[in-house]
Design a protein around this ligand. Structure first.
Ligand code: SAH
Length: 290
């Protein structure tokens, strides 16, 4: 069915991250996972030929599609003409001010080259739920728990704001043209902040610094990182903080009744996103003083 449409409109794909999902069961499962309600306003990124869009539009109050390629816009307008609740925005999603659009859910088979940037952009906005398709390896990093090799900056940046779970894997031959790698659908549910960071920029800097050498102890990694230029007295500050008790806010069992010094002798991959957020807040407090 989807293959026929590609043929009818003479769409080849392959450029601009165009890999069309042709497996009807996978398309249905993505839409089912979004638990659509008649009152929902859904944002879709990269509508392509509309194979997800045509499943979403009849079930919601409004569907807003952002699509970069004029050829795809033409196909979308033609195929979705029967729906009066579809708004098509032509442009690069990275240039669109999402706060000007009102939506409560996001559903997309994303352009993979912007996976990281677009996910962080989504998380700057309020929404109830997103179902997003990514490269499988990226999906694993996004949902990774502390301890493993996939756990890193991306996992921390996303999971401090949202619950991320891998819903199902999709083999590469479910797409036309087939990409080299497999994919996976992810469900993202932003949660009310159970903890807050005093400065998000500083939290991101600390996370980046901590994971720059993930096998080393955090203290040595931080002292060898660009954070040192942001805080010239970093060594003195860390030494001074060393005996501070971590308190009950730290969620990892390994940190119960421990001190900042104990944390500094661990590795970044052993800390949860909440641990890193709390530590970054402690350090931020010292930064403001120095
Ligand atoms: N939803 C369709 C197509 C997914 S392919 C399906 O599931 O089959 C990704 C789509 O994103 C393509 O249509 C491509 O033209 C579009 N795209 C690529 N980069 C984009 C960007 N920066 N902003 C908006 N759309 C983009």
């Amino acid at each position: 069915m989807v293959r026929q449409i590609l043929k009818e409109y003479n769409v080849k794909g392959g450029k601009m991250d165009q890999h069309f999902l042709i497996d009807a069961a996978a398309l249905d499962e993505i839409v089912d996972s979004a638990q659509l309600e008649p009152s929902d306003i859904v944002l879709e990124i990269g509508g392509g030929i509309g194979n997800l869009s045509e499943r979403i539009a009849p079930r919601v109050s409004k569907l807003i599609i952002i699509e970069l390629d004029p050829q795809m816009i033409h196909v979308l307008k033609s195929r979705l003409a029967v729906y009066e609740n579809v708004e098509i925005v032509q442009g690069d999603v990275m240039d669109v001010d999402l706060s000007k659009l009102s939506f409560n859910k996001i559903v997309a088979n994303l352009p993979y080259s912007i996976s990281s940037d677009i996910t962080l952009k989504f998380l700057q906005h309020d929404f109830d739920l997103a179902v997003l398709m990514y490269q499988y390896e990226f999906a694993q990093r996004l949902t990774a728990e502390p301890g493993g090799k996939d756990y890193g900056r991306l996992s921390v940046h996303v999971q401090y704001k949202a619950d991320a779970s891998l819903i199902f894997k999709v083999p590469n031959n479910s797409f036309e043209p087939a990409p080299k790698v497999d994919s996976a659908a992810i469900q993202l549910i932003p949660r009310p902040a159970s903890y807050s960071v005093l400065s998000e920029d500083f939290f991101f800097s600390v996370t980046k610094a901590m994971f720059s050498q993930r096998r080393k102890k955090i203290k040595n990694t931080l002292l060898g990182s660009p954070l040192k230029s942001e805080m010239p007295d970093l060594k003195e500050v860390l030494d001074k903080m060393s005996d501070l008790p971590l308190g009950s806010s730290f969620v990892s069992a390994a940190l119960k009744n421990k001190t900042v010094g104990d944390l500094l002798s661990m590795r970044a991959e052993d800390l949860s996103p909440a641990d890193i957020a709390y530590f970054s807040n402690l350090l931020y407090g010292q930064k403001s003083k120095s």
